[in-house]
Design a protein. Sequence first.
Length: 284
Amino acid sequence: MPRITVPAADALIDQPITVLDHGFVRLVDYLGGDARIVQAARVSYGEGTKSVREDSALIDYLLRNHHTSPFEQVILTFHLKMPIFVARQWIRHRTARLNEISGRYSVMKDEFYRPRDFEVRYQSTVNRQGSAERAVPEATSSKVMAILQDGQARAYADYEELLSDDVARELARVNLPLSLYTEMYWQIDLNNLFHFLRLRLDWHAQYEIRAYGDAIATAVKAVCPVAYQAFEEHILHGRSFSGTEVEVLLQALDRDSLEAAITETVMRKTRRAEFLKKLDLDEG
Ligand SMILES: Cc1cc2nc3c(=O)[nH]c(=O)nc-3n(C[C@H](O)[C@H](O)[C@H](O)COP(=O)(O)OP(=O)(O)OC[C@H]3O[C@@H](n4cnc5c(N)ncnc54)[C@H](O)[C@@H]3O)c2cc1C
């Protein structure tokens, strides 16, 4: 059986997708694609790929029913450049393998993250971890930019001075701020990458890591367009409800209008049956 290649993914390899002011996401390599998910899922039946429509339906079925292991057969490797504060959030995803630039070994570059004026934001009053929607006046954003720039320049000048005094790189770096850029190679399977994207594309995640999430999503779409579509449909744009929420929804639901709304164009037969079952409204 020939190695699975995906022309859109091949075209993206080694092409950095720019993120923030100095960062990027670069797809280094990939293993498998939509076809690998299908092969892996069908191995137990000794069947290969079928029609495009059947393969897409299978991928959608696997994803919406949490049959996750076939998605683990697809692997993506990235070269990433990001500020250290983004990297700290990133490496919490333990199911990946990574190698990061060593500040003990290398001299860190004079590259720091500064948000653009309109990305300066106030603290949220409702979410302790988040930022507010309301606009920041120009005078405030200019002040923020000036403070960041000044602090970064001073920190880097001190770093260079310590290096010129022959202080060890591992010690000279310790006052460099979280806005400094770092780089890593990062490898992860598609199932865990979807988990990463679910968390980091969500509006609760910090803007800066969401920007990287968008770039990673571009690469995933190139490698596995069908699986990514299923991920968008069932995970990214889906919602889960608590037991109480389900009860309230069921009490408010009018069964007849619901059934009338689920036409064949909205949902095919199997999914319609699954949906009604979820709502305890089996077709009988
Ligand atoms: C919006 C947001 C805010 C956050 N705020 C904070 C914060 O304030 N402080 C903080 O410390 N963290 C914070 N986090 C990080 C968060 O708690 C998780 O560590 C991070 O999202 C990684 O999720 P994960 O563990 O599910 O992913 P992964 O590490 O990729 O793991 C994927 C899945 O594998 C399984 N798994 C992996 N490793 C183990 C293990 N050792 N044991 C058992 N199961 C395992 C789990 O099922 C897990 O869900 C935040 C994350 C988000 C998205």
